[in-house]
Design a protein around this ligand. Structure first.
Ligand code: FES
Length: 322
């Protein structure tokens, strides 16, 4: 296997157009060996070199965790995004080489759940895809509720319906009833777990509905996708340990600006969810623009902590412990 410092070199074996916006990439080892094992819900970070920019985008692995002869990722083209998905859609061809990081799992299945209920919207189906395969092979019961914007966006839902039949409920906008999240979660046995991935409104609705029905947080799992990265106004930041001041461009995160300048910052999700990049703020004159799901409200108000993968600042001075 071609691996160095946790980076794997892979070849793009196949590219399929699934919807007007989503392509599925099948990645294989250069020597045809098995890739590292992973569990349902895992993601890989794809390192994309495009002219003078390097993007590191996280994509869920959607093939079976029981088959590591290849990895599959689905990439939604985000026209208004920073360019990583545009590059994968327009520049990468079958046979090309890509670099990816070893898989990590921030959205694992709850091992002892009595019932697994999945709620997904659009491309939010991708982390769920491998989880369903894991449960199916373990012969554990599950239910999927997937909403899509129209018949042309339903390819993955139809694939899953063909595989898992009545376990998959597909809601196609404009055709039949809409998904009623409160109804989906009502009257579930104690020990049920819900997993949700999709637009923010769907995640918020699921969390609110579950709370209203008396579910505890430990049984509610969600994964947000940060489609537009950390776009916003430019700002300056001083990395105290390095003794340098960096300019963070409007289409960059602090994490990306530091990487571009050659400074390594620890990360896993690059989406404000895992906590790996948490950084201490040493000095601030102005406001922090917190965009993560990791810090508590108290931490955010304290102005002492910051997540460089997604959050920004609106200030005249910012010094962080990096
Ligand atoms: S890398 Fe996961 S929160 Fe920043």
């Amino acid at each position: 296997m071609s691996s160095h410092n946790g980076i794997l070199k892979v070849r793009v074996a196949r590219i399929e157009t699934l919807t007007p916006e989503i392509k599925r990439f099948t990645l294989v080892d250069l020597e045809g060996k098995h890739l590292p094992a992973f569990s349902g819900g895992s993601h890989v970070v794809v390192v994309i070199d495009d002219a003078d920019s390097t993007y590191r985008n996280a994509y869920s692995l959607m093939n079976s965790p029981y088959d590591s002869s290849a990895y599959q990722i689905a990439v939604r083209r985000v026209s208004e995004g920073r360019g990583g998905s545009r590059f994968l859609h327009s520049q990468v061809k079958e046979g090309d080489l890509l670099q990816i990081m070893q898989p990590a799992n921030l959205f694992p299945l709850a091992k002892h759940a009595r019932q697994h209920i999945f709620i997904a919207g659009g491309v939010g189906i991708t982390p769920v895809y491998s989880q369903l395969d894991e449960l199916h092979l373990k012969q554990v019961d599950f239910e999927l509720h997937l909403a899509v914007r129209g018949p042309e966006h339903a390819t993955l839902g139809l694939e899953l319906q063909a595989k898992y039949g009545k376990h998959v409920h597909l809601y196609v906008d404009g055709q039949g009833p809409r998904m009623d999240i409160r109804q989906v979660l009502a009257q579930r046995p104690l020990g049920s777990h819900v997993y949700v991935c999709g637009p923010d409104s769907m995640i918020d609705d699921t969390i609110d509905s579950a709370h209203a029905l008396g579910w505890t947080d430990s049984h509610i799992h969600y994964e947000r996708f940060v489609e537009q990265g950390s776009l916003g106004e430019p700002f300056s930041v001083t990395l105290a340990r390095q003794g340098v001041t960096l300019e963070v461009a409007p289409d960059q995160s602090l994490l990306e600006a530091a990487e571009k300048a050659g400074y390594a910052v620890p990360y896993l999700c690059r989406g404000g969810a895992c906590g790996y990049c948490e950084t201490t703020v040493l000095e601030i004159e102005g406001e922090l623009d917190h965009r993560d799901d990791w810090l508590s409200e108290e931490d955010k108000l304290s102005k002492r902590k910051f997540m460089p993968c997604v959050s920004r600042a609106n200030c005249s001075r910012l010094v962080v412990d990096l």
